[in-house]
Design a protein around this ligand. Sequence first.
Ligand code: HEM
Length: 310
Amino acid sequence: MNPQDIAHRPGESAIFIILGLPDYAKAQAPVKDFLGKAPALVRSLANRFPDLGISLNLGFGAQAWTGLFPNRPKPKELKPFEEIKGQKHVAVSTPGDLFFHLRASRLDVIVELASFISADLAEVSVPIDETHGFRYLDSRAIIGFVDGTENPEAEAALKAAAIGEEDPEFIGGSYAMTQKYLHDLTAWNQLPVEEQEKVIGRRKYDDRELTDEAKPDNAHNVVTNISSEDGEELKIVRANIAFANPSKGEYGTYFIGYAGTFSTTKRMLENMFVGNPIGNTDRLLEYSRAISGTLFFVPSKDLLAELAED
Ligand code: HEM
């Protein structure tokens, strides 16, 4: 299936870039040209810095997919992310045509890669967002809890993150949901640690899971824990990363979830923002506000190569 790096760990450093394409027809040739060049750009950096785990994932928003590749079918679940509005919280929808997820253990090398991307696409794109994130302490979210523990691993990760036989033309692709969150860290830090633990559903210091009896119904790991009709737990692969500008009081989490079926991620979001039952919203949202929300399709490497040849 030859997927991009959809089933991997967050990495030490990450850059997320979202670009807009004001004119799809004009962008077709430069984008395809870039798709052809991208593997060599990453290969060259990886040869020069072999130990840094450099990787680049590339994705397309729904409108860009149709605009850039009008003669190709569309992945089954690819459409612009629709805002999810609960009584108290909103998962906003924001625009985005091209998406780049860069990872490495050093920030400088992915800044280099980001500068190549920007230079090659500058004439046909406009920047929408660029977020630079870092591994925070021992792989914690900026709110101080270890993040990523319950992620599936190895084969299970690929099964969760990659499109399978249900959409044969897009096998190995993935739906990447991205959301940028800002946290009210002042309020969060005023909450006693035992209360914070009830918000997440895990212990803060040693990351141990609370017992089912100790977890409130609105704990983050309760509302995002979902199953299929026949009782199988449904997973996505999260590669969240922390970002911060302490002098501006800005502390955030860049959420990214790779899934083979977007409906899985969407159900998690509905549980968080609307609640199931309605009103039982994720208590983490009392301290976190989503300021962006965009869905991208991340094709397999084989399909990327085909697109470059289109
Ligand atoms: C405000 C941004 C977020 C932060 C800071 C955050 C943080 C965390 C932390 C600390 C954990 C516990 C450790 C772990 O298993 O990884 C966790 C678990 C989880 N999160 Fe989040 N998360 C955020 C947003 C989201 C979103 C938007 C989704 C889904 C759409 C999500 C899905 C999950 C899932 C599925 C788990 C595992 C639950 C289980 O134990 O089965 N998270 N998250």
